[in-house]
Ligand binder design. Structure first.
Ligand SMILES: [Zn+2]
Length: 214
């Protein structure tokens, strides 16, 4: 009897250690957001205010529940390859986007740029409030500030694997003419697995994919 008890306690301890080692214990969710993963939000297409978005926490950031299960799958797959996907931005409200835009513009104005020029320069790296993909809850910035090597590894992994889980590199380095956003190796956008694979294999942007230039 004592032996069985010892064995039982032993197994329980091993299980507890195993649970503690796992960085997150996720369970899958049934999404209730009413958002089309193929929604186009860019400098010409605002994110409509009337979309019902259900946000859910992941690694202290909020994302649309639509992407949650695939994000967890991707996170775990990266972990298996010894890559920890670090998030540094996910969902942002329109107000938060406005604040970011304002701050960046102010920086340029403080550097001596006139208001109009500062606005144009800000637009190159920050989307105008209402026009940021981060407002959809479908976009994530993966980055660990100040960790150059770690970021390079993370971005390389994402470039090779993210499409398997429904995510695309949204602003590739050779597509500025189409996206109007400079290369952002950290910014990934959820579009669903089928579209992500096609977009990645054919080296397209979301604009091109939706425009039928396939
Ligand atoms: Zn971003």
């Amino acid at each position: 009897m004592k032996k069985i008890l010892t064995l039982f306690v032993g197994i329980l301890l091993i299980y507890l250690v195993y649970c503690l080692q796992k960085p997150y214990v996720y369970s899958s969710v049934d999404p209730i957001s009413e958002i089309n993963p193929l929604i186009l939000v860019n400098s010409e297409n605002a994110f409509p205010d009337n979309i019902n978005l259900n946000l859910i926490s992941f690694d202290n950031y909020q994302v649309a529940d639509t992407i949650y299960n695939d994000l967890v799958e991707m996170y775990n797959a990266a972990l298996n390859d010894n890559i920890t996907l670090k998030i540094n931005n996910a969902y942002r409200s329109k107000n938060e986007q406005a604040q970011i835009f304002k701050n960046k513009m102010k920086t340029y104005q403080n550097e001596g740029y006139p208001k109009e020029k500062a606005y144009e320069k800000t637009k190159l790296t920050v989307q105008v409030p209402g026009y940021s993909e981060h407002e959809t809850g479908l976009a994530i910035d993966f980055s660990n500030e100040g960790h150059y090597d770690e970021n390079e590894k993370m971005w390389k992994w994402l470039k090779n694997n993210a499409h398997k889980y429904g995510f695309i590199l949204r602003y590739p380095d050779d597509k500025y003419e189409i996206t109007k956003i400079d290369y952002e190796p950290w910014h990934y956008r959820y579009v669903g697995k089928k579209a992500a694979k096609e977009i990645t294999y054919k080296n397209l942007t979301l604009e091109e994919y939706l425009g039928g230039n396939v």
